[in-house]
Design a protein around this ligand. Structure first.
Ligand SMILES: [Zn+2]
Ligand SMILES: [Zn+2]
Length: 205
């Protein structure tokens, strides 16, 4: 007799809520989210597993999702390109509506509210989708390894710490007079307006 195969594990961060949907508004479930790793949309990448709590409360229309999570992204410092971890505190608060009526089992017409989050047809909360969206929103535009990161030297590419510099290369003395010379544009720029010159008023005869 072969041992029965276990069903594949549920997707992490997917929560079956049929039981909660059958309860009265106000009923709640709490979940601990510990050491959860989910794939993110490129190029985002978790540096540490996600930790936090999720509370789901039954409303008269669906459920109210309240997640408090701590995540950490692997990023590059936008100035010096060093690899850094960017910690994120995520607060996810969202009403999620059923896509199938819990009593009748019939699909619910979602066209009236196309933008609202929905449970799956099996009354599951796909919390991972909400987490991915919250992480993408919270990602800093220009992460820094430290607030005063000096960035890279444009000449040699090394970290431009205080005191870093390059001695100007010596100029051939025969070319020295050219140092202060700037070519004059032959044509004025198209948005150039000549300075106003007052026209002398004609004398009356
Ligand atoms: Zn940096
Ligand atoms: Zn340099």
């Amino acid at each position: 007799m072969s041992r029965r195969r276990r069903p594949p594990p549920l997707d992490v961060l997917t929560y079956p809520l049929a039981g909660l949907l059958a309860e009265a508004p106000g009923s709640q479930r709490s979940y601990r989210i510990a050491a959860v790793v989910i794939p993110l949309d490129e190029p985002l990448e978790l540096a540490e597993p996600i930790e936090g709590t999720l509370r789901v409360a039954r409303t008269n229309r669906g459920v109210l999702v309240d997640g408090r999570l701590r995540a950490s992204l692997r990023e590059l410092c936008s100035r010096c390109l060093a690899e850094i971890e960017v910690p994120l505190d995520l607060v996810i608060s969202e009403e999620v509506l059923p896509s199938v009526d819990i009593l009748t089992g019939l699909p619910i017409d979602a066209t009236a509210e196309p933008d609202v989050e929905r449970l799956t047809s099996a009354h599951e909360l796909d919390f991972g989708r909400l987490v991915r969206a919250a992480i993408a929103l919270a990602e800093p535009i220009a992460p820094l390894c430290r607030p005063d990161c000096p960035g890279l030297c444009p000449i040699c590419g090394a970290l431009a710490v205080a005191g870093h510099g390059h001695v100007e290369e010596a100029v051939d003395p025969r070319l020295a007079p050219l140092l202060g010379w700037h070519p004059v544009d032959a044509e004025p720029p198209s948005d150039y307006t000549p300075p106003h010159r007052p026209v002398p008023a004609r004398r009356r005869r």
